[in-house]
Design a protein around this ligand. Sequence first.
Ligand code: KG4
Ligand code: ZN
Length: 341
Amino acid sequence: MQVLGIETSCDETGIAIYDDRRGIIANAVHSQVALHAGYGGVVPELASRDHIQRIIPLIHKVIDEAGSSAEDIDAIAYTAGPGLVGALMVGAAVASSLAFGWKLPAIPVHHMEGHLLAPLLEADPPAFPFIALLVSGGHTQLVRVEAPGEYRLLGESLDDAAGEAFDKTAKILGLGYPGGPALSALAEQGHPGMFEFPRPMTDRPGLDFSFSGLKTAAAITIREAPDSKQARADIARAFVDAVVATLCIKCKRALEQEHLDNLVVSGGVSANKQLRLALHDLTTKRGGRAWFPRPEFCTDNGAMIAYAGYLQWQRGGPTTEHYGFAAWPRWPMGKEPRAGV
Ligand code: KG4
Ligand code: ZN
C-alpha cells in the first residue's frame, strides 16, 4: 500500500511516498528560502505562486524515484492546515484533483500531527504513550500522545513560537532568514554566561510558554552591547541557552506530571544541536529516551504528511469525502476543523 504525501503549508513544497512495507520510498523537497530571503520573511503570495510551479514536476520526480506509477498509489495525503491559506490551497487542489482523477481517497492531514509523527519513521520508534514537544516556526506545544490520533494538549506558547523567537532574534543580529540555523551556528562560537536572559514562565506552575519577552530582552542587549563579533556570538549563546533551558524545564515538568519517561521532539527547532543534546541528557537521566526526526524530516516535508495520512486512513479517519475541499489556515490539533479565520 502506498500513500503520496503533499506538503505546501508554508515555504517548502514537500512530496513523498510512504509504503506500508518499506517505509518512505521517495522524498523530495523544494525550499523557497532563496525566494523569500531578500524580504526577511515569507511573502505569502510568492509562496503560493512557487508551490504552483513546483508541485507537479516534484510529484513526477517522486513517483519516478520510487519506481512507482500512478496505479501503485492507494491514497493521497495532503496538509489541510494550519498554514498560509493560498499555499495550502495549492496542495489541497492538486491532491483533490489527483484523487478525483485516480479514484482514490484524499486525506486532509494536520501539519503539526505530521511533525509529531515524523520521529516514528526512524528505527526503533517509541511505544505509546509518550510526551511530544513540538517546536516549529509557528508552534510550541507539549502534547500527551496516547496513540496516533489521540492527543491531549498540555501547554503551548501564549505568544511567539520558539522558532519565531529564533528567527526574530537572528534578524536583529543581521543573520538573515530563516535565522534559526544561523543563530545556532553563531551560538557555538559564543562563551556561556557572558550574558544572561530570562527563562520565561518557569517560575510558575503550568506548561505554557512565552518567548516574546526573551526576544525583546535579546533585542535590548544587542542594541546596548559592544559591536563586536564575539559579543554577538556571546549574545547568541545566551539566547540559545535560555530557550533550551526553558524547553527542558517544561519537558521535565510534563514528564513528571504525566508519569512518563519518553519524549518525542519534532518541528524545525528540533534540528537544533544544543536542544537535542540537552533533551537527550534530561531523558536518559530519568531512565527514558528522547526521539528526534532525521535532520531532513525536522523541517517541513512530504514524508511526515504521507505517514500521518497513512495512519489516519488506517484508523478510519476522515477523507476529503467528509469535508469537500479542505484548506484550514487555523486548525487546533485534535479538534474538528472549521473553515474561515
Ligand atoms: O517546522 P518548520 O520547518 O516550519 C513550521 O512549521 O513552522 O520550522 C521552521 C522553524 C524556523 O523558525 C527555523 O528558524 C527553525 O525552525 N529552525 C531552527 C533550526 N533549524 C530550523 N531553529 C533553531 N535551530 C535550528 N538548527
Ligand atoms: Zn512545520
